[in-house]
Design a protein around this ligand. Sequence first.
Ligand SMILES: [Mg+2]
Length: 138
Amino acid sequence: MSIQACSSNWKSNGFQIRGLMGSTPSAPAMKLNEYQEKAISTAIYPRTYAVGTYPVLGLCGEAGEVAEKVKKVIRDKNGIYDPEDVDNIKKELGDVLWYVANIAWDFNIPLEKVAEMNIEKLQSRKDRGKLRGSGDDR
Ligand SMILES: [Mg+2]
C-alpha cells in the first residue's frame, strides 16, 4: 500500500479550510516500507529501555502537538483553518508518522503490514455493519 493510495479517497469532510476547499492534497508516491526505511535512517534514540518505549513516548508527544494546532485554530480562529494551519498540521502528522514507523520497526513490523491489517480490519467491520460500537475485536 502506498501513501498515494491512502490519500486517493481524500475528500472534504465539511469543515472549513480557508483557501483549500475543492482542492486535494498532493500525494507523494512513496511506498510505506520505503518511508519506514528512510525514517529509521534518521532515528537516533536510546534503546536501553523496553522495546518501543522511546518512540511510543515520542508518538504521544507528537499526537499532542497535532491536537495543540487544532485547539489553537478553535480558540483563535473560530475553527477556520487557513493554508498555514493545514501546513503546520501536516508537519506534525509527519512527526506522528515518523514515530509510528519507528515503533513498528522496533517490533520488526513492516509499516505496509500495519496499514494493510488496519484496512482489512476496518473493511471487515464495514462489511459486517460493525463500524460503530466499541471493542478491539468486533
Ligand atoms: Mg512535532
